[in-house]
Design a protein around this ligand. Structure first.
Ligand code: TXA
Ligand code: MG
Length: 354
């Protein structure tokens, strides 16, 4: 399949006539059952018609994704939520008012309009109203309901720029809209609104503290807090070893001196054994590390920057053929919880505590 790649670089909500035309064409592709990758404020999405079971099947096939892992339906007007949910409770309304459009996904009972192919067989549907102008315009031209997982091959880090979508999906989908780099870099927060209190199934840019400020008490899926829990995560996708770099990743926690010392000793042993070694570190102690490739993920003072860079760094290690990766751990409060959650999954929960 020939994949069309179109740049949409305009600032804000205004598009050139050419861009407007490309977005219309992308919308037609989705309406006709095809697939289009597009930027959002979190990561790139792989969009198809969320109300068309064939489109959902195609999405799973293009990504190589297990079909029991449900898709998020993206909307571009609040009122469009009513036809796809069985119930829109007061708390969900409040959260929508506070955080939509934006990086929050809410799980609600689904209506009969939503095919089970889209929800991976579940009676609930995940709904998100993104803020990215390209995403919103495209959803409008596509009929209003775009099912979109992250636009990566299953098991790879989510793409934060079009070049990563091209790497993974060129030749497998109809079109890629290149809107530059995504602002946030980690997937949306998923909040289950079918339980009381509402429960976080995947941490993200909208933090527990922010949600509590609007909704009061918020729970967190036990499998996020305690990865050793034998329970299955409630967001089916969270059970897969996602975001995985090819190299073996170990997270090392302890005092900065201990961490630097442990990483340097381990990396030296690995190199002696013929491995190519890499380190992911914040700017603070960067100079202390000794490995084949040392990457700075940003300053601990600025967690937004770390979130934005993390997936690109994991992909770069793959490109550079690094086989053993060590990463510093991060604070697990606020946005740090989302960063640590993704890092732990990339590491398959391989953590050394000194
Ligand atoms: O930021 C995002 O959410 C991005 C962009 C493209 O919008 N999308 C995204 O989709 O991350 P995906 O498919 O990569 O992750 C969706 C997650 C999976 O873990 C899935 O299991 C969970 O959402 N999910 C979807 N529907 C669900 C439902 N009805 N109940 C529980 N979890 C659900
Ligand atoms: Mg994904």
């Amino acid at each position: 399949m020939n994949t069309m790649i179109v740049k949409i670089q305009s600032e804000g909500d205004s598009f050139s006539p050419q861009e407007e035309m490309a977005l219309r064409q992308a919308g037609e592709i989705i309406k006709n059952g095809g697939l289009v990758a597009f930027p959002t404020e979190t990561v790139y999405g792989l969009g198809g018609d969320g109300l068309n079971r064939e489109s959902s099947r195609k999405i799973y096939a293009a990504k190589g994704r297990p079909p029991d892992n449900p898709l998020i339906i993206h909307i571009c007007r609040l009122e469009d939520i009513y036809p796809i949910v069985g119930d829109f409770p007061e708390a969900a309304r409040k959260a929508a008012e506070a955080f939509w459009p934006g990086p929050l996904t809410m799980v609600l009972p689904k209506s009969g309009k939503v095919p089970f192919e889209t929800t991976g067989g579940l009676d609930t549907v995940a709904v998100r109203f993104p803020s990215h102008p390209v995403a919103r315009k495209l959803i409008g031209f596509s009929g209003g309901y775009v099912a979109a997982p992250s636009a990566n091959l299953s098991g790879k880090p989510s793409p934060t720029a079009a070049k990563y979508v091209i790497e993974d999906l060129e030749g497998r989908i109809d079109m890629i809209l290149d809107g530059g780099e995504d602002e946030i870099g980690l997937e949306s927060t998923i909040l289950d609104m079918t339980v009381t209190p509402p429960q976080i199934l995947r941490p993200g840019f909208i933090t527990k503290e922010m949600l509590e400020g609007v909704l009061g008490e918020i729970g967190t899926d036990i499998t996020i807090i305690n990865p050793e829990s034998s329970q299955a995560p409630k967001a089916p996708g969270m059970k897969y070893r996602h975001y995985a770099p090819k190299g073996e990743l170990t997270i090392v926690e302890g005092s900065p001196e201990q961490v630097v010392d442990y990483v340097n000793r381990s990396a030296a042993e690995d190199r002696a054994a013929g491995e190519k070694t890499g380190v992911i570190a914040a700017s603070d102690f960067l100079g202390g590390y000794c490995a084949d490739v040392v990457k700075c993920v940003g300053s601990r003072e600025e967690e937004e920057g770390i979130a934005r860079k993390l997936y690109a760094i994991l992909r770069e290690f793959d490109d550079e053929g690094v086989t053993r990766i060590y990463s510093e751990g991060f604070d697990s409060q606020g946005l740090g919880q989302a960063i640590m959650n993704r890092l732990l999954k990339a590491a398959g929960h391989n953590v050394v505590r000194l």
